[in-house]
Design a protein around this ligand. Structure first.
Ligand SMILES: Cc1cc2nc3c(=O)[nH]c(=O)nc-3n(C[C@H](O)[C@H](O)[C@H](O)COP(=O)(O)O)c2cc1C
Length: 489
């Protein structure tokens, strides 16, 4: 029979199930079984499937989506003195939004009670391989697989011996044999047990099998006057190690780099109510800001008037005109990388009207235009404070590559992202972009044109940031992130 993974259900359904099972003092799984049974017997009162029951609506903030656990652990508690620390471990995991389902060995029940474990985990505790309530649909297999990680704490000498030899004669060892999830062991035992040749052999075998270990630490034992290697790692250490396995650190290749980005159009005032503008939406520049931020950079985004939300974690300076944009760009320096994606107006009105221009019998007022500051050229040609990598955008409607190449030379930047903004392409204001990355080799000034396929603006941003990462860093992903302490021998 197919098994149901509660954690993969819709958030609304999960919240409803949690509230209903808490109200009926049942585990979530038991509640699902009851609901299914009632449905089959046709007794279930009609409920809006995804809404909480009346007395529970609205769900308390702690149960709403942001607080819903995102990962789950099956915690196996072995029969050792350190089992009391596992009660704290349950709390530590839950405060990290990790769902915990607990299994106690028979020996563990001598040290902690199923009642306290279930009160802390808010779930039914599993103790018996031959439990008809759980096993009608192979409960031990669900405990082995309907989780993201199995933690064994304390991992007794006995439990490790069983694992190393593939035993499955109780619930804990059957789960450990039936799982395809990572296993993290927190051994705890007397130093003589830990150093015994049989334990050494078993630990070595488990490590060869890919099982991860945390600890044991060195220190005083529960037995009076005994000390050495064998103390279980502290709950906080185990919870941190579990969280690292469940949520591996995201690579941040631009950490420590400051990236300055411009985006959007500029508005050049004619009078207090009218302005000259262009059709830029700012979407491409905003997407680059978000991608650079996700890569770990400190991002300053100078944006013209747009209808977009500020990207999270980015410092945004809102401006109107080209001159204001230049001012903000200059005050944001120094930067490691500057990306000028804004569609800055080339011209502005020479004599901006102080009052709204009126229709007169003298005919239309003449609009005298003057050139705006060239932000890309100004920053590219700075003697000091020039960012080591300056990237411009070229929005062209004809002779795209040729115009972009000459722009690269004229402006003095390092790369140009050229995009065809003819109305037929739908690039201006649209969600997709077809770009050509034109770059100058710093060593021999050779120009390279790299044409990318049509992509969403987010994909273009990610691709551009990947190119930047390649060019400004030589860092590789920290492969030590998931390593745990080797057991002492
Ligand atoms: C008071 C007491 C404390 C124990 N502490 C430990 C311990 O810390 N580590 C260990 O490996 N075994 C310890 N044991 C032995 C285990 O409880 C015993 O090997 C048991 O069979 C383990 O069962 P389990 O691995 O199924 O939990 C202790 C036994 C007693 C009576």
């Amino acid at each position: 029979m197919a098994s149901l993974t509660i954690r993969k259900l819709d958030e609304g359904v999960k919240t409803y199930l949690r509230l209903r099972s808490a109200r009926n003092r049942r585990s979530v799984e038991e509640e699902v079984r009851v609901i299914l049974g009632e449905l089959i017997e046709g007794r279930e009162e009609p409920l809006t499937p995804f809404s909480a029951p009346p007395e529970a609506s609205p769900a308390p903030a702690s149960l709403r989506s942001s607080a819903v656990p995102e990962a789950s652990v099956t915690l196996i508690i072995g029969g050792g003195i350190a089992a009391f620390k596992s009660l704290d471990l349950i709390r530590r995991l839950k405060e990290r939004r990790i769902e915990v389902r607990c299994v106690l060995t028979k020996a563990a029940e001598q040290f902690v009670t199923p009642l306290s474990v279930s009160a802390l985990s808010h779930e039914r505790v599993h103790t018996d391989l031959f439990d008809p309530q759980s096993e009608f649909d192979a409960g031990h297999i669900r405990l082995a697989r309907d989780c993201d990680l199995i933690v064994v704490a304390p991992a007794t000498a006995d439990l490790m011996a069983k694992m190393a030899n593939g035993h499955a004669d109780d619930l804990a060892s059957a789960i450990l044999l039936a799982t395809n999830r990572k296993i993290l062991l927190a051994p705890a035992m007397n130093p003589l047990m830990w150093n015994n040749a049989a334990t050494r052999r078993n630990v070595a075998q488990l490590q060869r099998d890919g099982v991860l270990l945390i600890g044991p630490n060195s220190g005083e034992m529960a037995e009076a006057g005994e000390a050495g290697v064998g103390r279980m790692s502290e709950a906080i250490e185990i919870a941190t190690a579990a969280e690292k396995l469940l949520r591996p650190p995201v690579p941040r290749p631009l950490a420590g780099k400051r990236v300055l980005i411009t985006a959007g159009p500029t508005h050049e005032p004619i009078d207090p109510v009218r302005y000259i503008a262009n059709r830029s939406s700012g979407k491409q520049g905003f997407a680059i800001a978000a991608a650079a931020q996700a890569a770990g950079a400190e991002v300053i985004l100078v944006s013209g008037p747009v209808d977009l939300d500020d990207p999270a974690g980015v410092t945004v300076k809102h401006v109107e005109s080209a001159r204001q944009m230049l001012e903000q760009v200059q005050s944001a320096l120094p930067a490691d990388i500057a990306i000028f994606a804004a569609a800055v107006a080339d011209w502005r009105v020479a004599n901006e009207g102080e009052q709204k221009l009126k229709k007169t019998s003298a005919g239309m007022p003449p609009l005298q235009l003057v050139e705006n500051p060239d932000i890309l050229a100004t920053i590219s040609k700075l003697a000091d404070k020039r960012p080591p990598l300056v990237i411009g955008f070229a929005a062209e409607t004809e002779h795209l590559i040729d115009n972009a190449k000459s722009k690269l030379a004229r402006k003095g930047c390092d790369w140009i992202v050229a995009n065809d903004v003819s109305p037929a392409t739908g690039v201006m204001g649209g969600d997709r972009n077809t770009v050509h990355l034109i770059s100058k080799n710093a060593a021999n000034s050779e120009i390279t044109v790299d044409s990318w396929p049509v992509m969403t603006k987010e994909q273009v941003a990610i691709e551009l940031v990947a190119h930047i990462v390649k060019s400004v860093t030589h860092t590789s992903v920290d492969k030590s992130a998931n390593k745990f302490s080797e057991p002492a021998s």
